[in-house]
Write a protein that binds this ligand. Structure first.
Ligand code: NAP
Length: 402
């Protein structure tokens, strides 16, 4: 592909960055209309998903739209009455050619054919697909994963010391990283459909899991709690937050407790229990006698259910137990770690036992970005989907419990 074509696709991707982030079940789309070697109009998709980027770019180009080449990272959609109307308006503006980065599978509208490409082609508009396809897919990674699998995109996030601890041996974790990293954590919350923690984190840190340090709406709060140990006074259930909180539990939960929580407005999801490695009883909370080890929420079942409920992206904020389980089950897509220039020594490791004995089996990353944020180093990596990860396999096979 000619260099200047790539340049226009990069402009489209830059524009797409301005589209609303909280439409993760739709791709973020940018478009630029080019006439006579000049960018004549720019556009990006609106928060309601009704105002396609391509139409916005052509409308801005005005009289220059006719005969233009339109560059867009994903094709315009035509799956609803509104978007079909917009497509007709795009066709009426008579662009000569549309260059598309990556085709978008239009989940979650099964049975609804998008059909935009065919309609554009039959109107005599030339279509080229695949310019910078890898970059365009990576840009909308959340959308593509959800559209193609029905499962949410899972981002793991923690703040750790240089020696990989997320808390001291006494459980003190506030705050390992700097204020700037905390702000990044709130940005990440805002940009995901749900934020998830384990009951261990609720009991030790009592977080609210809301967006406060940046503008934007708070996502759904999810707590993973096999036996419903969550106190009714927990931060995620107080001050009007109960109604936006889902607690994923198992049949080990006391039915009376389920009713109490439901009365508060909490959404309770009873899922199968699964045997997991290293789900050691938390000695601070329970005696080993009443804590048969290894019976925990089946996180794969949780992800399937959240996906069915329209949750396309989840930010997992810890703690160590939940992060370890998700890594062990190869359910994570991205890791964002704020590494603080501190050494703790004995303490809680960010990631527990994964059963990896050879370095060649270590979990690796397909791509990594690092940057400095205040005193911290931000590691942002996409997990590799190589056979090395697949080799980890289920931790305790064939012991799934209902
Ligand atoms: N620095 C950071 O970024 C950061 C962030 C968060 C937390 N933390 C620290 O991490 C510590 C909490 O971590 P944690 O490991 O004790 O608790 P956790 O990961 O928050 O929760 C673990 C608990 O979740 C429940 N659970 C249910 N299903 C599970 C599954 N499939 N896999 C794993 N756990 C499952 C288990 O309790 P049940 O069996 O009772 O259900 C398990 O003990 C605290 O000290 C906190 O301060 C640090």
């Amino acid at each position: 592909m000619p260099q200047n074509e790539q340049r226009y696709m990069r402009v489209a991707l830059k524009l797409a960055r301005q589209a609303s982030r909280r439409m993760s079940s739709r791709p973020l789309v940018g478009a630029v209309a080019v006439t006579g070697g000049r960018a004549a109009g720019h556009g990006y998709s609106g928060a309601d998903g009704k105002n396609p980027a391509a139409l916005a770019a052509l409308e801005r180009a005005g009289s220059l739209a006719e005969g233009s080449t339109l560059y867009t990272n994903a094709e315009p959609c035509s799956d609803t009455d509104d978007t079909a109307q917009s497509l007709l308006r795009i066709i009426a503006m008579r662009p000569k050619r549309v260059v598309i980065g990556a085709l978008a599978p239009w989940f979650p509208l099964p049975g609804v054919a998008n059909g935009a490409i065919e309609r554009l082609r039959s109107a005599g508009i030339a279509i080229d697909i695949g310019l910078m396809e890898k970059e365009c897919r990576e840009f909308n990674a959340v959308y593509y994963k959800y559209a193609e699998t029905g499962l949410p995109f899972v981002t793991l996030k923690f703040a750790a010391s240089l020696d990989g601890r997320i808390a001291t041996a006494t459980g003190d974790s506030q705050w390992i990283s700097s204020k700037s990293s905390l702000r990044l954590a709130h940005q990440l919350r805002r940009d995901h459909d749900a934020v998830l923690v384990g009951i261990g984190t609720v009991l030790s840190d009592n977080p609210r899991l809301t967006v406060r340090l940046v503008e934007g709406a708070s996502p759904l709060r999810v707590v993973v709690d096999s036996r419903l140990s969550i106190p009714l006074t927990a931060g995620v259930l107080s001050n009007g937050l109960a109604a936006g909180t889902l607690v994923a539990t198992t049949s080990q939960a006391d039915p009376a407790r389920i009713e109490e929580l439901k009365k508060l407005g909490v959404d309770i999801l009873v899922l199968p229990a699964k045997a997991i490695r290293g789900n050691d009883p938390d000695s601070r909370r329970r005696s080993p006698a009443d804590d048969p080890p290894g019976r925990a929420v089946d996180l794969s079942a949780l992800l399937v259910t959240l996906g069915e409920r329209g949750i396309a992206s989840i930010l997992v904020e810890g703690g160590s137990g939940i992060i370890t389980s998700l890594l062990a089950e190869r359910r994570a897509d991205r890791l964002v770690a704020a590494i603080a220039p501190k050494i703790i020594g004995r303490g809680l490791a960010a990631i527990g036992d994964l059963g990896i004995e050879r370095l060649s089996d270590a979990i690796t990353f397909a791509s990594v970005k690092t940057r400095k944020l205040g005193p911290d180093m931000i590691f942002d990596g996409r997990f590799d989907r190589s056979p090395a990860i697949a080799a980890i396999g289920p931790l305790v096979p064939d012991q799934t419990m209902k």
